[in-house]
Design a protein around this ligand. Structure first.
Ligand SMILES: C[S@@+](CC[C@H](N)C(=O)[O-])C[C@H]1O[C@@H](n2cnc3c(N)ncnc32)[C@H](O)[C@@H]1O
Length: 412
């Protein structure tokens, strides 16, 4: 697939404990479901339908789901981002001060988002809800013309379809419609919507279904390899938030990374070519010698990961700790904050194994703190209820249980 923001490459609150059930919503659909069946031999008869609810979220929501999944999904629709990502106090503050961003034209990038006031480090400042969500299985089960028709209908049925149709369709390959000029009109149906999905959709789990989902506001945020912000998904997956890695000054562009953090420049350029732009972010335009140094650190961080586990297996704890501490410094230099949580947890485990509980606890607390700051432990009471041991166990399967990493590898 072209240009899809893959959830595997983005931060997500994987550490949240089992959720309290969402309130079921009764028959929320504002339109008759519109269904299509697969005619290909391998998936013959599989049925996917467009289900639209125009009372969900700011944009309304269309699901392209199997009937059974759509019924299941009704319990997830009541997914207010204010509740998922903010305490009541934070929500009030955001409301009183107003949204601290606006969508503007950015030279060379079409539109983008800039801060309109100072945004504090770790502030959750932009919220959105999905407008179009497509079961990834539909892509394989149905042919592309069927998929496009469902997509078009999904957009048509939203409250304000132009909010979707105005989004960027600039992914690589979107020009020239595969070299086939004027195809029959029916064949063209849904091409724009398809391109918009390819340029803007996040691969994510919505209502426990693997999907591509479109979040119209957050779709305006451009990419940077060392971004100032990151995306957080709600447990139901319908809502999404943007949080700041660091303080952002008024006028500064809000950026997220479309890729896994920590990749060296060649790999980044290769992956980004899917979106049809050459990255000119601060990291990609470093002077050659600085870029080489950054690439080297990134390669070493990845290499150290495997090496630390090997050394730990061989019980060479001092060498494993030395490498872990070296990685922490390199990760800080590269500002890949999300990688730090694993590194700290690993060091907590190694120091514990070495019998130095005090240092282990220091690293454990740093893991806990950073996960909480990044929003991985939820908000309010939920965030407070996480215990240090529980966090360490979730992240690395150690929690003071000695050689437990041998049974469950830390980063597996
Ligand atoms: C998810 S959209 C982001 C918003 C988009 N700029 C708009 O006008 O709606 C992704 C598209 O934005 C553009 N884009 C994103 N980050 C960029 C960057 N760092 N430099 C240039 N173009 C970028 C590319 O055209 C990409 O396919």
């Amino acid at each position: 697939t072209v240009g899809v923001l893959d959830i595997d490459n983005l931060l997500q609150p994987t550490l949240q404990p089992p959720s309290t059930p969402f309130a079921p919503t009764k028959d929320p659909w504002s339109h008759e479901p519109h269904c299509t069946k697969s005619t290909s031999l391998a998936t013959l008869g599989q049925k996917f339908c467009v289900y639209t609810t125009n009372t969900t979220g700011p944009h309304g929501l269309s699901l392209i789901f199997r009937p059974r999944s759509a019924t299941e999904a009704t319990q997830y629709l009541n997914d207010n981002p204010l509740h998922s990502f903010l305490t009541q106090k934070e929500a009030q503050r955001l409301y009183v001060r107003g949204q601290p961003w606006k969508i503007v034209d950015i030279p060379g990038k079409a539109k983008g988002v800039v801060a309109t006031r100072r945004i504090e480090q770790y502030e959750t400042f932009m919220l959105d809800q999905a407008a179009v969500v497509m079961d990834m299985d539909a892509e394989n089960a149905l042919d592309s013309a069927q998929n496009r028709r469902l997509l078009k209908r999904a957009v048509d049925q939203l409250r304000v379809p132009s909010r979707i149709r105005d989004l960027s369709a600039a992914h690589a390959g979107s020009e020239g419609s595969d070299g086939k000029e004027e195809e029959e009109e029916e064949e063209e149906e849904g091409r724009l919507e398809e391109s918009i999905m390819k340029t803007n959709a996040f691969g994510s789990t919505v209502a426990e279904v693997s999907t591509r989902a479109l979040y119209p506001l957050i779709s305006r945020v451009n990419h940077a390899c060392n971004p100032n912000s990151f995306v957080l998904f709600s447990r139901a997956g319908v809502s999404l938030a943007i949080k700041a890695y660091r303080a952002i000054e008024p006028g500064e562009e809000i950026t997220i990374s479309y890729l896994l953090l920590g990749l060296p420049s060649k790999q980044r350029a290769h992956l980004l070519s899917r979106w049809g732009f050459n990255c000119s972010c601060a990291l990609c335009t470093l002077p050659a010698d600085e870029r080489t140094a950054s690439d080297l650190r990134r390669t070493l961080i990845t290499r150290n990961e495997a090496k630390i586990l090997e050394l730990a297996e061989a019980y060479d704890l001092d060498a494993a700790i030395a490498l872990g501490e070296e990685s922490v410094e390199m990760i800080k230099e590269e500002q890949n904050w999300s990688l730090l949580t694993d590194e700290y947890a690993m060091l907590a485990m190694l120091w514990l194994e070495k019998g130095d509980r005090e240092t282990a606890e220091k690293y454990g607390k740093m893991t806990h703190r950073l996960l909480a700051d990044l929003g991985f432990l939820g908000v309010g009471e939920e965030r407070e209820s996480w215990r240090l041991e529980q966090v360490l166990e979730s992240i690395g399967g150690l929690g003071g249980k000695g050689v437990s990493w041998k049974k469950s590898p830390l980063r597996g």
